[in-house]
Design a protein around this ligand. Sequence first.
Ligand code: IVH
Length: 665
Amino acid sequence: MTVHDKRHAELSTLLQKHNYEYYVLDSPSVTDGEYDTLMNELKALEKAHPQLVTASSPTQRIGAPPKDGFKRVTRAVKMYSLDNAYTDDEVRAFAQRIVDAVGNDFSFVAEPKIDGASIEVTYENGQMVLATTRGNGTVGENVTLNVRTIRAMPLSIPEKRTLTVRGEIFIYGADLDAVNELRASRSEPTFANPRNAASGSLRLIDPRLTAERPLRVFFYDLVEPYFESHSEMLSHLDGIGLPTHRAEKRCDDVESLLTYIKEFGESRQKLPYETDGIVIKVDEIPLRDELGFTARFPRWATAFKYPAERRTTKILSITADVGRTGALTPAANLEPVPLSGTIVSRVTLHNLDLIKEKDVRVGDTVWMQKAGEIIPQLLSVVLEERPKETKPWKPPTHCPACEEKVVKADGEAVLRCVNKECVGRLKAGLRYFTHRNNMDIENMGDALIAQVVDAGLVKDMADVFALPEKRKALLVLERMGKKSVDKLLAAIEAARVGRSFSRLLSGLGIPLVGTVGAGTIAEKYRALPALLAAKPEDVEKDLAALDGIGPKMAKSVADYLADDFYRATLEKFLSLSVIAKEPEKVVVAGGKLDGMSFCVTGTLSRKRGAIHTEIEANGGEVHKSVKKGTTYLLAGDKVGKTKTDAAAKKGAKVIDEDTYLAMLE
Ligand code: IVH
């Protein structure tokens, strides 16, 4: 070894140590200036002796952007997500299931659930060679270049070890505030929470931009080699310089676990990073192997989620918006308040009864929280803080959009605008009609819909297809240059010829007819002319006889067809050459999925429509909901409990995407 080799190794080790002290331990032993001096010395040394530069040198963190974006990487061991527990009893039930399966002789280990983006990192012969996002669990994206820029991430580990670790990339709360402040000053959108900031930063194409984000990492899992217990594994990672949270707590039984959960709940706000709960795991790894996994979760771990954050704020005003069915939905405008990661300034009050029941008034101070960490919810009014002069809220007597009198049906808590030509209803109806799930007309956003309705260019749903004849009028609308108009018209043409009858039907928003009902009706009549040719009373009879259509839905369709205004709209579709034919189902003989039926749900790695086509192309049948006879519920991430419950009830087997893909192989 030459003197240069030696100094190069010394400087590399020192810089890594300083990074670790700064970004992991939060206790730097040198100033920024001293750090820079060392880095400059290393750079100068490498400039003079280019042969010293290695991939894991601290000077090599930031590389050039990948040419063709991120490559997909299939991993050997799937990354699972975690089931949730929200109450002590749910934790006890989780513990009991484990005791029932493997007996009493084990410990729990509890650790912070870090709110960030998960990552898998592979080291080969001591060098960091690969970092991938979670993706769908099996297939992730190669974000190695971006992960290399994270200064807490060692580019090399001692003794030329080969191993694969998993953990969380995250950002400190204070760092996120600083990043957001900077972004706001540049009129860039701010990040709603640490998780968005972390995953957004990991997926930037240019690593130089990722390098500007103060990201950090904690590891909580070693895929291989094997250790006997989680606690041992974590101290091993710590020992070789891989950052861990150092906050794990072993608990011998469920009651001491619950005590710890309570304690941590009181202290977690003091941590510099955001946690959304506690991850509870079985400490003994051989027992984990025995317990195994369900389709989506390990049986040996769960996430305890703390109850949502609650805050008070003031009601500035209460307004009611009209929806596509004519229902007026009251909503409160609030003094903006930060809540579970976003700023909330509006909350729906659902209906009149709710306002009455909670006695919500303008000027009131109210308790707010987010349901499921996402949807703002008004909990209650703080009566002690009610100003003297407030009055109960008076529901509107007239529609805020068209000013027609509103009606309230007996026994209903909803006020309705029954004017079929109401512009408010039309706008909401058009949003639904053009939505990706229905006629899928791209480029027709809320602002444009409002403009075409207000300008009188669109008076019913069918008028959308007359817009190409009104090019000149479109060109004078706000934000509609030649290019945007061309794009819009192309999207309309695509929808005119390329959408199925069931999409047209579901887009109309006929009361009680959802996508499943629309599909059944479309299969029966195949296209609009046949439906229009039938007498409404015959349609009612014929539909009521079909599987999946009840008498109420059948009547609703008949009423719609018998209505002059709606019938005129339907006829206009025909005169405007909207094709909307229901395609014949292609049946493949000898397909791999012959005789099987699938209901597809949750977040999958591909668009649901593509999977539907694939199932049918392989001889399988697609069920839009789980019904009797559905063979499989293909469940992606974030599957609702209603779906899995329905599967259990109707005897459908729940499978994940990998299992499904294996069927096609
Ligand atoms: S263990 C099979 N431990 O939470 C076990 N996950 O909801 C898989 N997370 O995707 C995960 N902190 O990104 C584990 N201490 C921790 C964690 C943690 C955060 C994330 C992780 C995972 C998600 C599951």
